[in-house]
Design a protein around this ligand. Structure first.
Ligand SMILES: [Zn+2]
Length: 442
């Protein structure tokens, strides 16, 4: 008997090419277990959660609409989408599921209805909420989670939640997380099997805050147009205070900075200072590139299809779990294995080493958590072994522990090798463990 070429329940023409994958065995399918008539059904029965930014806020990101459309066209029939925003007129130029009459409506609802209308038989459940509004019970109902967020905080939160949900005795508690992200011409796609492969927290150094240009370069030897703009922004503005306070949304203020930067650029013979570059540098805007978003969304949905069908090995099995893409200079992709870290605060069990200067005050330590690539915690509360060092809340405890901020680490009785626990309101469930390692400043 010939193999079933077309899954009987679907519109044949639309799914013709997809059915070739779904109904035929491939080099990676298990010949004893493969049944071509069941694969399409298996995908249809999966419930996928998409945690996405349907359009970007800052200009970066905005993978959501692509991901939603791709999943529906890949044969997934039960999709949930979380996004709490409403549609703004400025979103319409870079995304294809919203129309002018949708301005003011919830993005998740409009996107869901649009895709449902175009792809018959798909059911998309919108949630106009934040990811943190849901508990483990909610996340348990999904077989795959596809994430396309532009905030690292939200990614870290969902990652920590999925790792915490793992119960070794319940195979259904392992929720594969497919994560995509873009920034201008660069992007990445990765798959995380909570507790099994390297998690987002293990890979946090891939999201290191961008290094600031040293002030001396800006002040004395600018080489790039950005340096001239930073000079106008950081130095000239303070010296001349043309307006009482800088409003980055006020065109008059940006024009002032632009003119200053242009004069400086001419002095140093540096081309390339424009009004829009000035605006971009001052507001820290990274442009969203539609092509990057489609490449990364396609890679993510491809992974979801592989998880659903076993048609090909997914990222992370056996080794390579991280695909990076760069369109900056021609097109380049590289796939590699990001190792799981034993000292990962979320999925590891060892405390992570933390280089500190023993002469630092506790305040300096607390402030350093925001910028350290391995921590990136903006409102940390710290506990030492057996005592509270500093608590951000409640107010009474903050007041009680505030005097500690001006003491040095040594004065607080902290020693090399001591473990400290750090919590942050952005990651309610996680206690980050660090082990102090002293380095003496020169
Ligand atoms: Zn980890």
């Amino acid at each position: 008997m010939l193999p079933t070429e077309v899954y009987p329940g679907s519109e044949p023409s639309r799914w013709k090419y997809l059915d070739r994958i779904r109904t035929r065995p491939g080099p990676f399918t298990n010949p004893d277990a493969f049944d071509g008539s069941l694969v399409a059904e298996a995908i249809e029965n999966m419930t996928v959660l998409t945690v996405v930014e349907l359009t970007s806020h800052s200009g970066a990101g905005g993978l959501g609409c692509e991901i939603l459309k791709n999943l529906a066209l890949s044969g997934f029939k039960s999709i949930h989408v979380i996004d709490m925003d409403t549609i703004d007129i400025s979103n319409l130029n870079r995304q294809f599921l919203f129309r002018e009459e949708d301005v003011g409506s919830y993005k998740a609802e409009v996107a869901a209805r649009f895709v449902e209308k175009r792809v018959k038989g798909v059911k998309i459940t919108p949630h106009n909420k934040m990811i943190q509004d849901f508990g483990e019970d909610f996340y348990m109902q999904f077989q795959v989670i596809v994430c396309g967020l532009d905030s690292i905080e939200a990614r870290r939160w969902i990652n920590a939640t999925l790792v915490n949900m793992v119960d070794e005795d319940v195979s259904d508690s392992y929720k594969p997380l497919v994560d995509g992200g873009t920034e201008g011409f660069k992007g990445q796609a990765r798959v995380i099997f909570p507790t099994v492969t390297s998690c987002i927290e293990c890979q946090l150094d891939m999201h290191a805050p961008r290094a600031a240009v040293p002030l001396c370069t800006i002040a004395s030897i600018p080489r790039q147009p950005e340096h001239c703009i930073e000079w106008a922004h950081v130095i000239a503005w303070d010296q001349e205070t043309p307006f009482p306070a800088l409003d980055k949304d006020d065109p008059e203020h940006i024009t002032w900075l632009y003119k200053k930067a242009l004069l400086r650029a001419q002095e140093f013979n540096i081309p390339g200072v424009t009004y829009s570059l000035t605006q971009g540098v001052v507001k820290n805007i990274i442009p969203a590139i539609a092509a990057t978003n489609s490449v990364i969304a396609a890679a993510c949905c491809n992974e979801a299809v592989k998880i659903g069908t076993s048609a090909a090995p997914m990222l992370g099995y056996p080794d390579e779990n991280y695909m990076m893409y760069s369109g900056n200079d021609s097109i380049y992709t590289y796939t590699f294995k990001h190792e799981k870290k034993d000292d990962c605060p979320v999925c590891g069990n060892l405390a992570r080493e933390l280089q500190v200067d023993p002469d630092w005050t506790l305040r300096e330590l607390v402030e350093s958590f925001a910028t350290r690539p391995e921590a990136q915690l903006k409102k940390p509360s710290l506990r030492g072994e057996g005592k509270t060092l500093y608590m951000q809340s409640p107010a009474s405890l903050e007041e009680q522990t505030r005097p500690n901020l001006d003491k040095t680490l040594v004065e607080l009785g902290l020693a090399e090798g001591d473990e400290i626990g750090v919590t942050d309101p952005a990651f309610a469930t996680v206690m980050f463990k660090f082990k102090l390692k002293f380095r003496i400043s020169e």
